[in-house]
Write a protein that binds this ligand. Structure first.
Ligand SMILES: [Zn+2]
Length: 366
């Protein structure tokens, strides 16, 4: 995979300019990202043919069929699709360019999620959320000045997504111990190192310092790269993500606004750590238990993670993001079923601990 990941302060996007020279671009943006699109278009004017603008007047753009279709029709005469945005616009650009068989790229406007270079696009079809298989963008452009000025809750969500890698990687090791699942060492360590670097600069992140925001952005991008390396989402998605997916499906079923991915993942991480601690503190016995206790010990403490999330402005209880009480109870019972992947949620189910942990989790995280 050859993705050009370029930071403006390092190269001024010179590589990107070379790559798009002489091409006809279709540029996707919404009302929030329009100023950044305009500024970039002005900068690349002399390098490219007259671009096509796909402008959405939405404040909260949803990747519905009609919105995607419009981008598809308008982009037919182009040979590159550039998104100026984060999750939704990037997913739309990936989808449209995949259908047209042309390249795409993104000027990232927020460090809000880890899907920048993933081969999945979350779209809406017939009112339902679907994930299409798409190609990765050829270029990911990062201007820290733009990313830093994104709404704070978006950066907080990005941090929640990254903090979730602690439990996700622990789930992987646990599945290796308990189920003999193999670990892709390179993908594992890519993710582990990027998370460590991000957490190391946490104080700077709370002040939105360039260096720290860059570390967060890097970890988010690295999640995509490590998934590509491994061939599946194991390095970036474990129990904390399964909890989030369960809630997402519930919100979608009710037609309610879905809270940001990383916000749900952040609280899910607290729940997952709590489950590891329960198993360790109660010396629950099973094959490989001693090794799993050690994994639990190596995890950061619940209070530490909770404190970090709070400092970033992330909610730390599901009631704060409008999850219903009965939905959270159901999530504790059933979230292990949302993916065929062994996590601490599956372990808790297999050990018949669900009813024992439920009151503890409800008390602390609802
Ligand atoms: Zn995620």
């Amino acid at each position: 995979m050859n993705i050009n990941i370029e930071y403006k302060h390092e190269t001024g996007f010179k590589n990107f300019f070379n790559r798009i020279a002489g091409k006809k671009l279709s540029v996707l943006y919404d009302v929030n990202t329009k100023p950044y699109a305009e500024a970039l278009l002005l900068q690349i004017k002399e390098y490219i043919k007259k671009p096509v603008r796909v402008e959405y007047s939405d404040k909260e753009l949803l990747p519905s069929e009609d919105k995607c279709e419009r981008a598809y029709e308008l982009s037919k005469s182009c040979d590159y699709v550039l998104a100026v945005g984060s999750g939704t616009l990037n997913d739309m650009a990936k989808s449209v360019s995949t259908r047209l068989g042309i390249e795409c790229g993104v000027l990232a406007t927020a460090a809000s999620m880890d899907g920048y270079c993933s081969k999945g696009a979350a779209l809406m079809r017939g009112g339902f959320k679907v994930t299409d298989e798409v190609h990765s963008p050829s270029d990911i452009l990062i201007d820290l000045e733009i990313v830093r000025s994104a709404p704070r809750l978006m950066t907080a969500a990005g941090f929640g997504d990254i903090i979730g890698k602690y439990t996700c990687l622990t789930d992987w090791k646990m599945a290796h111990i308990v189920k003999g699942e193999s670990i892709h060492e390179k993908a594992y360590s890519m993710m582990e190192r990027a998370v460590a670097a991000c957490v190391e600069t946490f104080d700077g992140l709370t002040r939105y310092e360039d260096n720290a925001v860059a570390k967060l952005m890097n970890a988010l991008i690295m999640a995509g790269l490590s998934m590509a390396e491994c061939g599946n989402s194991r390095p970036a998605s474990g129990s904390e993500h399964h909890l989030s997916h369960f809630l997402e499906m519930d919100f979608a079923r009710r037609g309610e606004k879905i809270p940001m991915h990383g916000i749900k993942v952040g609280i899910g991480t607290l729940v997952a750590i709590e489950l590891y601690n329960y198993i360790k503190d109660n010396r629950i016995s099973f094959k490989g238990a001693e090794e799993v206790y050690k994994l639990a010990e190596a995890l950061p403490g619940v209070e530490k993670i909770k404190g970090m999330l709070e400092k970033m402005g992330c909610p730390t209880r599901f009631s704060e993001i409008d999850v219903r009480r009965e939905t959270m109870e159901e999530m504790i019972e059933k979230a292990y079923t949302v993916r065929d992947r062994y996590t601490v949620l599956t372990l808790v189910h297999d050990l018949d601990l669900t009813e024992r942990v439920k009151p503890i989790l409800m008390k602390k995280y609802y």
